[in-house]
Structures are given as C-alpha cells and as structure tokens.
Design a protein around this ligand. Structure first.
Ligand code: ADP
Length: 267
C-alpha cells in the first residue's frame, strides 16, 4: 500500500479518523497472531469485533493501546504514531512517557475488570487522573463522583471492589477509564465474565456512551448490542479481518464462510 511514512504528523491523515491501524503484524514466537490487520476508526464510530476464540481480537486491542508491541505495520492515534525510530523507520521499544501520552487518549475496559483491590471505587477512579494528569485531588474526586453517578453507582464511592457485584465492578472500570477523558474507548469482552442478569446494566452504560458520541471499539458477541449500537461489525479469523460492514448486513447476509459458520454458532 502506498502511503507516506511521515514520522510524527501523518500528512495523509484524515482529521475524522481517530485511529488507524495499518498492516499490523504481531507474533508470539513462531505464532503469527495478527497477519496484517488494517482498520480505520472514525470519530464517534462504534465498531464491534467478533470472531472465534484465539482469532486475535484481544491481541489487536492490546496492540492499539501499546500493551503489546507490534512486529510491523503501524498504529496511529489522531495521525500520530509511536513505536518507530525516526532515522531508520525500525520498530523500537518506546519510552514509557511517550507510550503514556499515546495511551492516555485511549480508555481500556478489560474482561476481568482489573480494579485495584485495595482501593475504594472512588480511589480507583481518581488514581490515574492524579498521577498521570496531575489533577488536584479534590478536582479528581469531583470528576470521579460525577462519573459514578453517570454509571449509576453514586452510592458506591467508598466501596472496595470485593464488595461489589461483577456488573458494578465493570461499571466502576468504565468510570475509571472515562476519568482520563479518552477520545477512544476499547472494550475487551466487557460482559463475558458477568452473570447473565448483570450483562444488561453494563451494556446500557456502553449504549449511553455511544449515544453521547464516544468513539468505541468493542470485542463482544452480544449480537443484540451490536445490532442496536454498532455502526460497523468486523469479523476476525486467524489474525485477519475477513469481512466487515453494517451489522444488519453482516448478520443477515454474511459473505464469507467463516462469518456464516461463526454466526451460526452464536444462535
Ligand atoms: P481472541 O481475543 O480472539 O480470543 P487472542 O488475541 O487472545 O484471541 O489470542 C490469539 C492467539 O494468540 C491465541 O493463539 C493465543 O494463545 C495467542 N496469545 C495471546 N497472547 C499471547 C502471549 N502473551 N504469548 C503467547 N501467545 C499468546
């Protein structure tokens, strides 16, 4: 693909594009987990990613957020890329500060919440804004209380994670990610570790966020959510995007065998 390899601000960058992944390759030893994945995500777009377990969805999200380094290709956030040496164009281990700057624009919600067990809900939410953004404590707390209200947990500020239900933990985790005022939110199977009765409360918060215009990439097999919230459904298979399009089209008329057989498994 012919594109400029301008290092800092990419002159081919479309300002409506929040995230651009281009030919991302990721290997773990001899195993190629991502085999040239390209994806552009536009401002306020909601992308839902589906595909068999082991197809590379989680690894892809982790590469977008620099939780994993990539072997080749590039990831641009707002047209800026990290992970390359300017003179040689070779991948490098980025400095922690540069990665922190790139990451601060991206919120990440994990399957297993990953809350700090020894901190209250409020302190979970204020930790990064205080430490990374340098927000004064009272300001961070005010922001955190607003967010707890927004996710329906105004009365849980002082609760430790162990006293919360799975659905409540995940809503705290969403509030924690939002506290950094990210431009893009990544959700990695946010409801798959939850008891069925708690799935709805988490999806409702995510739906609300989408309605408010948050740009989101969501790995999820909740097809009713995908149908009602996603702008685009992306099908992963063996480290490739094999098919993508409007959810309704993909669900009712999948073009690819792999998509067809995968969707059959879900129903
Ligand atoms: P998915 O999210 O679609 O289930 P993953 O991205 O979790 O897929 O995994 C893709 C493949 O990469 C799997 O074969 C998995 O075993 C492998 N994998 C993931 N993380 C690691 C790692 N840290 N080391 C080695 N292999 C890994």
């Amino acid at each position: 693909m012919a594109h400029h390899t301008n290092r800092e601000a990419d002159i081919t960058h479309d300002p409506g594009t929040v995230l651009s992944a281009r030919n991302v390759v990721k290997r773990f030893g001899a195993l190629t987990v991502l085999d040239g994945v390209s994806l552009d995500v536009h401002r306020q777009e909601v992308v839902v990613m589906i595909g068999r377990s082991g197809s590379g969805k989680t690894t892809f999200l982790r590469c977008l957020n620099h939780l994993e380094s990539i072997d080749s290709g590039e990831v641009l956030v707002n047209g800026r890329r990290v992970g390359y040496r300017e003179e040689t164009d070779q991948p490098v281990e980025e400095s922690p500060s540069k990665i922190a700057v790139a990451r601060r624009n991206i919120g990440f919600v994990f399957q297993h919440f990953n809350l700090f067990a020894h901190l209250s809900a409020l302190d979970n939410i204020t930790a990064a804004p205080i430490k990374v953004l340098g927000l004064p404590k009272n300001e961070a707390q005010e922001r955190a209380r607003d967010l707890l209200k927004r996710v329906g947990l105004a009365d849980k500020a002082d609760a430790r994670p162990s006293t919360l239900s799975g659905g409540e933990k995940q809503r705290v985790a969403i509030a924690r990610a939002l506290a950094m005022r990210p431009e893009l939110m990544l959700f990695d199977e946010p409801t798959s570790a939850l008891d069925p009765e708690m799935v709805g409360e988490v999806l409702a918060v995510m739906k609300e966020l989408a309605t408010e215009g948050m740009t989101m990439i969501v790995v999820s097999h909740e097809m009713s959510f995908a149908r009602s919230v996603a702008d685009r459904l992306v099908m992963f298979d063996s480290g490739h995007i094999v098919e993508q399009g409007p959810p309704e089209r993909l669900i009712t008329a999948p073009q690819h065998d792999r998509t067809r057989s995968f969707l059959r498994l879900l129903t």
